[in-house]
Ligand binder design. Structure first.
Ligand SMILES: Nc1ncnc2c1ncn2[C@@H]1O[C@H](COP(=O)(O)OP(=O)(O)OP(=O)(O)O)[C@@H](O)[C@H]1O
Ligand SMILES: [Mg+2]
Length: 312
C-alpha cells in the first residue's frame, strides 16, 4: 500500500461539551515529515483537538485520518504508531528516569529485545546517560521535558504530538529541546506541536491559528507574516514602554498597540499617513525622552495579536 501523502488529514472536526463547542468544524492537513505548529490562546481548543487526533476523545462530527487510518473508529490501529507528550501529565514524578522509560516502553509495547537499544538511544538523545536512577521529580524542568520526549518516542513513532512541550522551560533549554525536534523531523518523523512561544512558531514549516474552536489563519510563517499588508507595524524603544503604551493606545491613526519583548509595537492602517517621525514627536510631546521608532516587518507575534484582536 502506498504511504498516504498526509500524516494528518482532518475535515469538519467538531467537539462539543454540553452546549459549548470547543472545536468547531476544523480542517487540517499536515504533510508527512513536517513540523506543524498549532497556535492559539488559552482555551481555544488545542488540547481538545490533539485528544481527538490521538483517539482519546470522540468527536461529534467530522473526519480525522491519522497516518492513513480513520482514528475516530480505529484508534487502536493508530496508537502504536504515534507518540503523545501531553500538556499536563507526561511522567511519573516519583519514578526514576529508567522506570519511566520502562513504563512507556510497556504502554507502547516495545518488544523486549529492542528495549535496551531504544533505551540507550533515548538516554543519549536526552543527555541523561548516568542519571538513569535519579527520581524524575529531582530533574529540572528542561531535563524532565527531554525525558518526556524520550518516553514519547521510545517506540519510534512516525508521528508525534507535543502539547506545549516547552512551557516553563528556560530559553537555553528550549533551544536544546528544539534541536531534538529538528533531529526527529530530519529522520522523517512528523511533528504536531502546540506552543505559546512565538519564536518557536517561526521554527515550524506550517502554522495554524485556532481561536474559539475555529482556525482563523494558516500558512507558512513567512506567508503569515506577509499576509498583513493592509497594516504597518512600528517598533518603539523607549525607557518606560508601559507608560508609552498608555499614552498611544486608542489615539488617532493607531489600530492597536502592545508590548513586544522590551519594546512597544504600534499598528497603523497601511493607508494612514502616520510616520515613524510622527510617533516619535507624539512621544516627545508627552515627555518621553529619546524614543527610537522604526517601521518593522510583522513578526509571528504581531500577526497573532492582530488576528485575535480582529476576531474578538
Ligand atoms: N472535558 C471537558 N468538559 C468541558 N469543557 C471542556 C472539557 N475539556 C475542555 N473543555 C473546554 O474546551 C475549551 C478548549 O479547551 P482546550 O483544553 O482544548 O484549550 P487549549 O487551547 O488547549 O488551552 P490551553 O492553551 O490553556 O492549554 C475550554 O474552554 C475548556 O474549558
Ligand atoms: Mg491545552
Amino acid at each position: 500500500m502506498a504511504e498516504p501523502e498526509f500524516a494528518i488529514k482532518v475535515t469538519g472536526l467538531t467537539k462539543t461539551f454540553g452546549d459549548f463547542t470547543a472545536v468547531d468544524g476544523i480542517d487540517i492537513a499536515v504533510p508527512r515529515g513536517q513540523i506543524f505548529g498549532f497556535l492559539g490562546p488559552n482555551g481555544s481548543g488545542k488540547t481538545t483537538t490533539i485528544r481527538m487526533l490521538t483517539g482519546t476523545l470522540r468527536p461529534q462530527g467530522g473526519q480525522a485520518e491519522v497516518l492513513g487510518t480513520d482514528v475516530v473508529h480505529h484508534a487502536d490501529q493508530v496508537q502504536q504508531r504515534i507518540g503523545y507528550m501531553s500538556q499536563k501529565f507526561a511522567l511519573f514524578e516519583d519514578m526514576t528516569v529508567d522506570e519511566n522509560l520502562r513504563f512507556y516502553a510497556g504502554i507502547y509495547q516495545v518488544p523486549a529485545e529492542e528495549f535496551a537499544q531504544r533505551r540507550e538511544y533515548v538516554l543519549r538523545m536526552a543527555d541523561l546517560v548516568g542519571r538513569e536512577d535519579e527520581l524524575t521529580r529531582n530533574l529540572s524542568v528542561g531535563w524532565r521535558q527531554r525525558l518526556a520526549l524520550g518516553a514519547a518516542t521510545i517506540h519510534e513513532p512516525e508521528l508525534l504530538f507535543l502539547d506545549e512541550p516547552t512551557s516553563g522551560v528556560d530559553p537555553v533549554a528550549r533551544r536544546q529541546f528544539w534541536d531534538l525536534l529538528y533531529e526527529l523531523a530530519g529522520r522523517g518523523v512528523t511533528l504536531f506541536v502546540t506552543t505559546h512561544y512565538m519564536d518557536e512558531a517561526a521554527h515550524c514549516n506550517q502554522l495554524a491559528f485556532i481561536y474559539r474552536g475555529r482556525i482563523i489563519a494558516e500558512g507558512s510563517p513567512s506567508q503569515l507574516r506577509h499576509s498583513q499588508l493592509d497594516q504597518r507595524i512600528f517598533d518603539i524603544a523607549v525607557t518606560d514602554a508601559d507608560a508609552a503604551l498608555d499614552q498611544l493606545s486608542g489615539t488617532s491613526g493607531i489600530d492597536d498597540a502592545y508590548l513586544s519583548g522590551a519594546s512597544l509595537h504600534v499598528v497603523t492602517p497601511r493607508e494612514e499617513s502616520l510616520t515613524a517621525d510622527d510617533l516619535r514627536r507624539r512621544l516627545i510631546a508627552a515627555g518621553f525622552a529619546a524614543p527610537t521608532v522604526r517601521e518593522v516587518d510583522p513578526t509571528i507575534e504581531d500577526v497573532f495579536v492582530n488576528l485575535v484582536t480582529r476576531h474578538r
